[in-house]
Design a protein around this ligand. Sequence first.
Ligand SMILES: NC(=O)c1ccc[n+]([C@@H]2O[C@H](COP(=O)([O-])OP(=O)(O)OC[C@H]3O[C@@H](n4cnc5c(N)ncnc54)[C@H](OP(=O)(O)O)[C@@H]3O)[C@@H](O)[C@H]2O)c1
Length: 353
Amino acid sequence: MKPNDTTEQQHSQYLKRCFQLARLGETYAFPNPIVGCVIVHNNEIIAEGFHKQYGEAHAEAHAIKSALEPYNLRALEPRLKESTIYVSLEPCSHTGKTPPCADLIIKHKFKRIVFSSSDPNPLVNSSDKIRAAGIEVIEPAELEPELVKQSDYLNRIFFKNIKEPGSAWVVVKIATTTDGEMITEANEPRWITNSESRKDVHRMRSCHDLLITSIRTVEADDPEYNVRHSAEELGLAEIKDPDIAILKSSTNLKNRNYKIFQSSKRKIIEAKVTDLKSTVKEFINLGYKRIMIEAGPKLSEAFIESGLVDEIVHYQASAIETKYPGFLLINSEIINSANEPVNTKRYFINTGS
Ligand SMILES: NC(=O)c1ccc[n+]([C@@H]2O[C@H](COP(=O)([O-])OP(=O)(O)OC[C@H]3O[C@@H](n4cnc5c(N)ncnc54)[C@H](OP(=O)(O)O)[C@@H]3O)[C@@H](O)[C@H]2O)c1
């Protein structure tokens, strides 16, 4: 074992816990980043926190508050001076809707801070300030690249929004059989993937604000497109159903008896499309910046070809073969084959990530 292995393992272990905590806030933190934080004393986690809601307290503030709670006997104030604070994103150093976390870290004189992603916001540059206060700072460049990649992935939507303020993050979810088909029988509704991947899709729905589908898919499948798992099952603090956009080009829905219309809590937009780019722009203007597509091959392919898509999440089931090969699909450079029963692949399209 190299001399640094133990420290590296500890950084990895505690930062991965930060990632789990960060993901808890994925439903409502946006347009803020998702962030998790743990405070470690003598190789023991004494407090944890995450950013739950846009505009509310940051992960570091939650963790420090929890460390100072009178009932938290493991974390008395003086111990913070001997503790390392792990955060999945560089602490803020400016006053936004809450006071700067860098000041809080300096105030409590932590021994060390380790953070796994740098904040692209030019207003955030806390490393120098924290270091100048005599606190050791371990930055992403000093961590395992794979860990930093995982950390950056958590905030891909936030990062894009900072770099391109008027844009949206667009993800296409597709489920295919081993031979690349999205439909198993001629337009017969059927789940291609397994319960774990369906749970993952429900989680994605909760973390996006608009779900785009098509008139064809609504009529063929009568889907609910809601979140039918508990927050706990999905690793989220809270869940919500996304609003729905049903795209059509020529025809109209036959009626309003479809399941999608049964919830009064969310907005359903029926949009006649001539050009997908203008349609997405209209959705962005309505405030939808996290958009997922759940539709059949025609619309999914049209989105991918339009250049609007940032990411494809592809669930591939190798167990099922189709009766109708050649019905579709997206080019084979994007879809790779897999041997696992259900294999999830995530592809970035525009971001260069
Ligand atoms: N495996 C999966 O991940 C998955 C997910 C959802 C659905 N499905 C399956 O997909 C099947 C339906 O697939 P599909 O290919 O027939 O339909 P689709 O891809 O769901 O939607 C195509 C429809 O979208 C509308 N549309 C609006 N703008 C468009 C554009 N720019 N380009 C293309 N279409 C546009 C058109 O409506 P108009 O009719 O008005 O022209 C068109 O008929 C269903 O059987 C369903 O089970 C599979």
